[in-house]
Design a protein around this ligand. Structure first.
Ligand code: FAD
Length: 494
């Protein structure tokens, strides 16, 4: 008897999404992640839950439609992590025909199931506050809806839910060898300790490492159709006052987003470049940072430069290339390849995908594997992620309730906690009656109570796990504060 029904390599959004769905169907699941959860591409996305307006230009109507439908499903599933976001698109007839844009937005409004998100509309940039930060040349624009998500926490909370439904989640555990017979025998390296687990079915959800896993873990030939494509973002001090994002048309035909981020910052991205090498070493280059600043400077009155970036990050997509086209043109949808040789244990490999469609991808993966397991039904469309058991517009009420119950917290602190933990904030604050009851303070508004919770319930082991993946407090921490947090966690973890 194998130890597990299903073993999953990769703790990015696709791996944890499959783990959660499978565990909810009663399967015995183990997921191994070589580093921290969301340490790969899944924390380096543009963080949009979107159809992808620009994919309409490539005729990817079905991909856009499926992704648009997921926006409200995910918004209801995780109202703490995901929020509706309006995008302002300043018109520049030299870059794209305004008529074409209007048409594209009409399609965007109509093909996506939409009960919550408002439709697109024209914006007069001479009178609307969205025009204020822009150069005078931009008179007209359109505004449309998508959603913004905390990508890394979406990964972590899927893993939390999977674990609560019985899955075994092993972080800092690399799968170094997978031997195939009538079942799988996986050799794991857990921070120097060697272990072996067995499973009936194996899923490789290793994102941009999928080729490396094929070659070095499964000892298979490298996947021929795999293409790696890199994108970088920068974060600068807040560029403007209001809460809308901009979609800027660049001279090279691409688009660049500017998104209000973590209250005091603006997230700008992304670039799109072919990539080769180790995805772990991917970094935003000076040339990419200049490119992003250049596009922003064409539109905004206040100019920015690469030195203004307080943070930069890059991620790598694994794309399943259908031809030899440019990176932008390669399909952004997922491809699931099931290898089911007779008398050999099945292997499912995940290529590509979007944060937006991870839940659908997980359902499709379980459907592909349905022959090997007892019959089960899809269940995640109506489900809630941990802490997300309130309505999509219920955050203000939850914030008010939390503020009443723990009046010693500042409004910004409460807002941050609700955006991260939703109703599970109670499990951190418990019976505290003053700030000191939450223990040591490390910097910004991070307390020992929150860090202990993250270590006990969300697999946080290092300062970076807390500061960059369980939160974005890294934007506000000094080196000394970071070192203090690392020391505290090292002691608390022993
Ligand atoms: P990953 O998140 O990379 O996870 C794979 C994991 O496997 C890694 O954590 C890695 O450590 C682990 N792993 C690898 N090998 C092993 C091993 N041997 N043992 C154990 N673990 C292993 N999508 C959207 O919907 N909206 C967006 O706005 C958006 N923006 C994007 C912007 C950029 C620049 C990029 C690159 C992508 C963007 N995407 C977006 C796409 C989305 O981010 C990805 O599709 C998604 O994150 C891929 O998740 P994954 O789980 O497949 O891969």
């Amino acid at each position: 008897m194998p130890d597990f029904d299903l073993a999953i390599i990769g703790g990015g959004i696709n791996g944890v999404g499959i783990a959660r769905d499978a565990a909810g169907r009663g399967l015995k699941v183990v997921l191994v992640e070589q580093n921290d959860l969301a340490s790969g591409t899944s924390a380096a996305s543009s963080k949009l839950i979107h159809g992808g307006l620009r994919y309409l230009e490539h005729g990817a109507l079905w991909l856009v439609r499926a992704a648009l439908a997921e926006r409200e499903v995910l918004l209801r599933m995780a109202p703490h992590l995901i929020r509706p976001l309006r995008f302002v698109l300043p018109l520049d007839a030299a870059r794209r025909s305004p008529l074409l844009i209007r048409l594209g937005l009409l399609v965007y409004d109509c093909i996506g199931r939409r009960e919550i998100l408002p439709p697109s509309r024209a914006v007069d940039l001479l009178t609307d506050e969205a025009g204020l930060p822009l150069k005078r040349a931009f008179h007209d624009g359109y505004e449309y809806s998508d959603c913004f998500a905390d990508d890394a926490r979406l990964v972590v909370l899927n893993a939390v839910d999977a674990a609560e439904r019985g899955a075994t989640i092993r972080t800092r555990t690399r799968c170094v060898r997978a031997e195939r017979a009538d079942g799988w025998r996986l050799t794991l390296n857990a921070q120097g300790r060697r272990e072996v687990v067995t499973a009936r079915v194996l899923v490789s959800a290793a994102g941009p490492w999928v080729g490396m896993v094929a070659e070095t873990v499964l000892r298979q030939p490298p996947p021929r159709r795999l293409r790696l494509d890199k994108g970088s973002h920068i974060v600068v001090r807040r560029l403007y006052e209001h809460e809308r994002a901009y979609l800027l048309q660049a001279a090279d035909g691409r688009v660049v987003f500017t998104i209000p981020f973590e209250r005091d910052f603006t997230l700008i991205g992304t670039t799109d470049r072919n990539f080769s090498g180790d995805p772990a070493a991917v970094m935003a280059t000076a040339e990419e940072m200049d490119y992003l600043c250049g596009v922003v400077n064409e539109y905004f009155r206040t100019a920015i430069a690469a030195v203004d970036a307080v943070w930069a990050f890059a991620g790598v997509r694994a794309l399943y290339a259908r031809g030899t086209r440019k990176a932008q043109d390669v399909g952004r949808d997922y491809v699931l390849i099931l290898d089911r040789r007779s008398r050999a244990a099945p292997l499912l490999t995940v290529y590509g995908g979007k944060l937006t469609t991870y839940r659908r991808l997980a359902e499709a993966a379980l459907a592909k594997l349905s022959h090997f397991f007892p019959p089960s039904q899809p269940w995640t469309a109506e489900s809630r992620l941990p802490g997300g058991d309130f309505t999509y517009d219920g955050a203000p009420a939850l914030i008010a309730r939390t503020q009443r119950r723990w009046p010693f917290l500042t409004a910004d602190h409460v807002r941050r906690l609700i955006a991260a933990y939703g109703t599970r904030v109670d499990n951190i604050l418990k019976s505290a009656t003053r700030l000191d009851d939450l223990g040591m303070r490390f910097g910004a508004d991070l307390t020992a109570a929150e860090v202990r919770y993250l270590m006990a319930k969300e697999w946080a082991q290092t300062g970076d796990d807390v500061l960059w993946r369980r939160s974005k407090l890294g934007l506000r921490f000094s080196d000394a504060q970071r070192a203090m947090l690392d020391r505290f966690m090292a002691q608390a973890g022993t």
